[in-house]
Design a protein around this ligand. Structure first.
Ligand code: ARG
Length: 459
């Protein structure tokens, strides 16, 4: 037995359980691309600085590219005895190219190595999720353009409030997702500094060129403080925080899909491709994808609180606790990827039922606010007085089992004698949405314009 890394100091190998608790290769193998990229950049820099020979660098480069190919073809066996991805790759390199491989770790530690790899991984995840977010936004904006004038009830307290258009409702999510993209972009800006060269914690005695490795790996600059470089995982936490807010948004939309597809609503029908049946109840069409999108939020929030908790009491600099950062981030990113794809699929396929939405919008006195506004505008009543009179008119309509637009003028005049025929112009749901044409309102012309603006911005 001889450990590649610390065999000089240790006479014996670890207990089996020590190896089991210590090994991270079972999950951090996912960093293999980043680890190879980091090592290539490091070796090239070492050669340029004259710290290793050009011949050694060439051998390292060749060896790493063979490892990359072997891993990509699933011909590389990861060994838990070699702890993690960094040591697995390095051990293979030493085994195949010998002496030159043993020079790669000059001026570097696994502490700055893993911090670099992980930043690269999170950065790639941010970029991939950004593309998916754009795609979902495009899907929503497309459906919004189609349904700029499709009227549905708007809710507060999940009670019918005022009519809105379906397009307006979908564009509300486009706005939220745009902010989610912004949060991920902010996170990317802050994480894009290169920790490589911080070494274990104090920096290195070798004349390395940190700007060169940073540039090669696409970072904006090297990090400024070696202790900070290997100690913090705030970039991962910030990523999880941005994903948590995104997941919260998607979960609300998923919940609405569950509500809208339920039998009493039926505002929307999901396609067969995004629906499951029941093994016992033949009539069922279950919105499982929406439910799972709602549920996966739990994993993402869990990852955030989990990593915050891992980090909260750690003294500087590196501690092995920090190895627990990866599974949480991988799992949350996987969940977000899946949910975004499923939501985009559901949105593109779903069939709204404009007739049912229109009927629901017309019921339950959704235009009562329009009537109160009319009393203010036409009769000069103070709003509170108008609200009161309208409340009595709604009660009168309710007592007769009528919608507001069907209540005879005489019945309204019993409550407010100055009301004229003109009132009927404001009582329909069509008039209600059309009138909300101030900026940000639900008027179909606004919605059509906003949907077009988004589609152009996302093209
Ligand atoms: N697998 C380790 C991790 O993910 C790499 C860093 C190990 N560093 C150390 N000092 N033991 O954190």
């Amino acid at each position: 037995w001889a450990n590649l890394q610390w065999g000089g100091r240790f006479a014996e190998g670890p207990a089996a359980i020590m190896q089991a608790i210590n090994a991270s290769i079972g999950f951090d193998y996912r960093l293999w691309r980043e680890d190879i990229a980091g090592s290539l950049a490091h070796a090239a820099m070492l050669a340029k600085q004259g710290i290793i020979s050009e011949a050694d660098e060439a051998a390292i480069r060749q060896g790493l590219s063979e490892i990359g190919a072997a891993i990509a073809e699933q011909k590389f066996t990861f060994d838990p005895a070699l702890e993690d991805i960094h040591t697995n790759i390095e051990a293979w390199l030493v085994g195949h190219i010998g002496e030159a491989g043993r020079r790669l770790h000059t001026g570097r530690s696994r502490n700055d190595q893993v911090a670099t790899d992980f930043r690269l991984w999170v950065r790639a995840a941010v970029d991939a999720l950004d593309g998916q977010l754009r795609d979902l936004m495009r899907a929503l904006a497309g459906r919004a353009a189609e349904h700029a004038a499709t009227i549905m009830p708007g809710f507060t307290h999940l009670q019918t409030a005022q009519p809105v258009t379906f397009g307006h409702h979908l564009l509300a999510y486009v706005e939220m997702l745009a902010r989610d993209r912004g949060r991920l972009a902010d996170c990317r800006v802050r994480l894009n500094e290169c920790p490589l060269g911080a070494a274990a914690l104090a920096g290195t005695t070798f004349p390395i060129d940190r700007a060169m490795t940073a540039r090669t790996l696409g970072f904006d600059r090297p990090t400024a403080n070696s202790l900070d470089s290997v100690s913090d995982r705030d970039f991962a936490i910030e990523f999880l925080a941005a994903l948590s807010i995104l997941a919260m948004h998607l979960s609300r939309f998923a919940e609405e899909i569950v509500i809208w597809t339920s039998a009493p609503y039926r505002f929307v029908r999901l396609s067969d491709a995004f629906t499951t049946g029941s093994s016992i109840m033949p009539q069922k069409r279950n919105p499982d994808a929406a439910e799972l999108a709602r549920a996966k939020t739990g994993r993402i929030f869990g990852a955030l609180t989990g990593l915050l908790t891992v980090m909260k009491g750690l003294p500087l600099a590196y501690a092995k606790d920090m190895q627990e950062d990866k599974e949480a981030v991988f799992d949350a990113a996987d969940a977000a990827e899946l949910v975004l794809a499923a939501m985009a699929g559901m949105v593109r396929d779903m069939q709204p039922d404009p007739a049912r939405m229109r009927a629901a919008a017309g019921a339950d006195y959704a235009t009562a606010t329009d009537l109160a506004d009319y009393l203010v505008r036409e009769l000069g009543l103070p709003f509170r007085t108008a609200h009161h009179a309208t409340g009595r008119i709604v009660s009168a309509a309710e007592a007769r089992g009528l919608e507001l637009a069907d209540l005879p003028l005489a019945a309204m005049q019993e409550i407010e004698p100055r009301i004229t025929e003109k009132v009927f112009e404001v009582l329909t749901v069509e008039a209600s949405v059309a009138a909300r044409s101030a900026q940000g309102g639900t008027a179909p012309e606004n919605v059509a314009r906003e949907a077009a603006r988004w589609l152009e911005a996302l093209a």
